[in-house]
Design a protein around this ligand. Structure first.
Ligand SMILES: C[S@@+](CC[C@H](N)C(=O)[O-])C[C@H]1O[C@@H](n2cnc3c(N)ncnc32)[C@H](O)[C@@H]1O
Length: 362
């Protein structure tokens, strides 16, 4: 993590790294207390830094770069964070550091969103949340049972032969000692009896709590129905759980004047998606260059619904640059933040494809 934080400070031509917290665009008072304490004191600043450039993708940690965005300048921030589902780019996170990341990022949004503007968070529940405190699910998967010996058979034999250990019971019943153990102690739903149990972890409540604490109000929520991810839902065949096939979009509002302009969409668009709580469109099929892209339709709809042309759209988990591309297509400005160098390069490449002559993207 520390290397990543250093990245966001920016290298100097002569080597070395700029201290954090320097310059006009940075206000340490806007950071949560624990971050203020980790940053160098203001007198350590050596140069003046301006606000983050608009129409650019900035490499660094969102927690360190968000305070450098011009206050009250962003009409809409739309992003999809790490979901804590085991992707490579989130493998360093524990559940606690994941929660702290999302909470801090939401908190840091309040000063940069303009009054009357919006924060839209695309997120999904954690469908396979490992919970050490969870009791073992005492059901076996019938379709996976290899031996015909049932729990009742084992209990009956153990009752009739209390002196027998599990090896002897196995011999008596003509099965393995693992079968005896499994029948007596139960399998968990992921197959291995020693694996930690997993459950669904609903995230909406946490996200709302953090947004309300930051000063936002919950304005709307929509569901995006995507392709059913069978390959990511192996638990589905070992339990009664549904596969992964929808995500949420939580929309938070910063108090202020909000223009409601029904002419932003055509009557057909209002009917088909503008006024609809459920959006259905396919997931990105080729995740070869980034493992968790959202389709451009997602930020595009939010941008069209919630902003005017020329306004600034922010994505602080920019990934492959989808939100920036949507903003350009819809003639809005954008600010992107992304921690991984390779994704910053990918996002810039994608932007050049969308608008080859975009002057400000380096
Ligand atoms: C779910 S992906 C977003 C994908 C993006 N919506 C797209 O369509 O390509 C989350 C991204 O956040 C980045 N990320 C993770 N932690 C970050 C942090 N602290 N600051 C900035 N970016 C971060 C990851 O590298 C990853 O690219």
């Amino acid at each position: 993590m520390s290397t990543r934080h250093d990245d966001s400070r920016g290298s100097r031509p002569g080597g070395g790294v700029k201290p954090l917290g320097e310059g006009r665009g940075f206000n340490r008072e806007r950071l949560p207390k624990h971050l203020q304490e980790t940053l160098p004191a203001p007198h350590e600043s050596v140069t003046t830094r301006s606000h983050l450039r608009v129409n650019d993708i900035h490499e660094g940690d969102a927690r360190l770069l968000l305070p450098r965005i011009e206050p009250d300048s962003v009409a809409l921030s739309v992003w999809s964070p790490p979901y804590f589902v085991g992707k490579q780019y989130e493998s360093h996170l524990t559940f606690d550091t994941w929660r702290s990341l999302i909470k801090t990022v939401i908190t840091l949004h309040y000063p940069v969103i303009k009054p009357g503007g919006f924060l839209a968070v695309n997120i999904a529940d954690i469908l396979c949340f490992k919970d050490k405190s969870m009791p073992k699910v005492q059901a076996e998967v019938i379709s996976r049972r290899k031996s015909k010996v049932t729990r009742e058979d084992v209990l009956r034999a153990a009752g009739e032969h209390p002196e027998m250990n599990r090896y002897q019971l196995a011999e008596l019943l003509g099965c393995s000692e693992q079968t005896i153990d499994r029948r007596l102690n139960g399998n968990n739903i992921r197959g291995g009896k020693y694996e930690t149990q997993t459950r669904v972890r609903v995230v909406g409540g946490m996200v709302e709590e953090w947004a309300l604490a930051a000063g936002f109000y919950t304005y709307d929520r929509r569901v995006w129905v995507k392709d059913a991810a069978w390959e990511n839902s192996r638990w589905a065949s070992l339990s009664y759980r549904a596969v992964d096939e929808f995500e949420y979009i939580y929309i938070f509002w910063k108090p202020g004047i909000t223009t409601v302009d029904r002419s932003r969409l055509t009557p057909e668009e209002w009917r088909d998606w503008g006024s609809r709580g459920v959006w259905s469109f396919p997931s990105v099929r080729a995740n070869d260059d980034h493992e968790a892209k959202f389709p451009v339709e997602l930020p595009r709809r939010l941008i069209r619904l919630l902003t005017e042309p020329g306004e600034v759209v922010l994505d602080c988990f920019m990934g492959s640059g989808t939100t920036a591309a949507a903003a350009v297509m819809e003639e809005r400005k954008f600010i992107g933040i992304e921690i991984e160098k390779k994704y910053v390069a990918l996002a810039k490449q994608q932007l050049r494809r969308v608008q080859p002559k975009l002057p400000d993207v380096h």
